[in-house]
Design a protein around this ligand. Sequence first.
Ligand code: GS8
Length: 217
Amino acid sequence: MALKLHGIPMSTCTTRVLTCLHEKGLDFELVPVNLFAGEHKQPPFLAKNPFGQIPVLEDGDFTLFESRAITAYLAEKYKETGCDLLRHNDLKEAALVKVWLEVESQHYYPAIYQIVYQFFALPLQGKTADQAIIDVNLEKLGKVLDVYEARLGTTKCLAGDFYSLADLHHLSYTYYFMKTPWASLINSRPNVKAWWDDISSRPAFKKVAEGMTFGEK
Ligand code: GS8
């Protein structure tokens, strides 16, 4: 039975999984969820994810939520297909992928999420962005990017000289961040910029980015 992904093409967490599906060249069905109508808070969807959030993956009768857990499942299940995103054949490389997966979720995401949320999501809901929150998080993101700049001066990608799930997890939020007035945080760091140009030009992500219209102002 084909994989089913419940979500929408402009959602960052959905696109994280979509990129992984395309990277692996897998057949899947994208099942749209009407967030504006509150479909994700209704019992049929809550039965798939009790937190009422997209995305959700259905693989036959197996259901998963949390985008990072979904990509890890796909990368594991389809390790022989397409790019090996978890470096199964090398214990140390695999461990480094896990390190940079953690860095994304614990350091990078908390800061970049706030900026993207304030700049794009709040105005869409008719609310005003809080510049103080943006400023605090720009500073935090800058410090994280200083670490990335040093790291990417020694390796082509985050976990080593290979593309991995750790890089993939950065794509969705960074793509929207690059449409904000603060893209210079990436562009002014040559190693980070080269890495960003490299990972964002992969065919799998370019396909997904076509649907990422959230940042169109
Ligand atoms: C976050 C899911 C999430 O925030 C994950 O899957 O990675 N940690 C989870 N989903 C958002 C859309 S993100 O583009 C969502 O469903 N928002 C609607 C809501 O929370 O009501």
